[in-house]
Design a protein around this ligand. Structure first.
Ligand SMILES: Cc1ncc(COP(=O)(O)O)c(C=O)c1O
Length: 329
């Protein structure tokens, strides 16, 4: 991965949680976080009692907008808020603009915890996702490219952080013969059996990414020339892992909507799903502030994730494309 330390854990969520615990993030702290993400990213901030501050995304990629992060930090600084960490998310397998986000975090004196749960196998300027920030988190959940059915990993160059997270994940037992505990621990270890599964999966990672990229190309080809239809992440996707292909359908330009396509595919027994509902719209997050410009709300309104699994057979994928053509042609 290009980092010195990796700690296998029971989930990506556990990795996010323990990094924040180890850094002492807690009540009274504010943590700027991508609003366009899965709930787990924000839940980890809530577990430690800190306050999430939602930062909207770039509409082309769904990734944290550096200008809005800067705006957030300026506002929070003027309020005298304590901002110990920032959590950006690599959306659907495309890395955040790490050059920009890292520089902003550094000048704000905040640690960067990179949620690379979806981007394992992707790169940013040639470096693997998971190798950025003060720590990164990857997920081996069942729906990810490489899975251990459930699992995750913390990646960092900080040896003290890795050692502390490893200790916290194994009930925080002190290194003495009897059971001695000076801090509250967690049962977050990755079991040996699941780790073995992961080692076997890892050997197939490149092939699985290739397969997902093949689906991405076929969607691009099938939807070329459709007015108002774009692939989330844009054309520059050579470094993405193509975990999920999602499309955006502009209702002002397209005769069919994302919802129409989802319904037609659903009727044919093909599963699709809207993209993430922004966290600032979630009932669990009512009342939390953010730097928001409507981008994630537009993505949620007009986005649709399409079948992207690396285990899909060619014939199954041909059927997906044929059903899409029924709607688009
Ligand atoms: C962006 C993001 N963060 C965190 C997670 C949580 O990972 P895990 O399911 O391994 O806890 C996921 C997916 O599950 C995710 O998509």
């Amino acid at each position: 991965m290009g980092v010195e330390h990796a700690v296998g854990l029971s989930s990506g969520t556990a990795a996010l949680h323990l990094a924040l615990v180890s850094w002492g993030v807690g009540p009274g702290d504010v943590v700027p976080v991508s609003t366009f993400t899965f709930a787990a990213t924000v839940n980890a901030i809530r577990y430690v009692g800190a306050t999430p501050y939602f930062v909207d995304c770039l509409e082309e990629t769904g990734n944290m907008n550096p200008a809005l992060l800067e705006q957030a930090l300026t506002g929070l600084k003027s309020e005298g808020a304590s901002v110990p960490a920032i959590v950006p998310v690599d959306m659907l397998g495309k890395c955040v603009d790490y050059d920009a986000i890292s520089a902003i975090a550094e000048s704000a004196g905040a640690r960067l915890l990179c949620d690379a749960a979806e981007s394992f196998g992707a790169t940013y300027r040639g470096r693997l996702a998971g190798a950025f920030g003060d720590a990164s988190v990857i997920s081996f959940n069942g729906n990810k490219i490489m899975t251990t059915s459930g699992g995750g990993m913390l990646l960092t160059n900080d040896g003290d952080l890795a050692a502390h997270v490893r200790k916290l994940s194994t009930q925080a037992r002190e290194p003495v013969p009897h059971y001695e505990h000076t801090e509250i621990g967690y049962n977050y270890r990755l079991s040996n059996i699941l780790a073995a599964l992961g080692r076997a999966q890892l050997r197939r990672l490149d092939d699985m990414v290739k397969r997902r990229r093949q689906w991405r190309e076929r969607y691009r080809e099938a939807l070329a020339g459709q007015p108002g239809v774009e692939i989330l992440g844009g054309a520059a996707d050579a470094e993405d892992n193509c975990w999920l292909t999602a499309i955006l359908v502009d209702p002002a330009l397209s005769p069919w909507s994302a919802g129409d396509l989802g319904a037609a595919l659903g009727a044919a027994g093909i599963e699709t799903r809207p993209v993430w509902k922004p966290m600032h719209l979630q009932p669990t997050c009512a009342g939390f502030a953010g730097s928001l410009d409507g981008s994630s709300e537009r993505l949620f309104a007009h986005g649709l994730t399409l079948p992207s699994g690396s285990a899909l057979a060619d014939e199954a994928f041909d059927r997906v494309i044929a059903e899409i053509k029924e709607v688009t042609d």
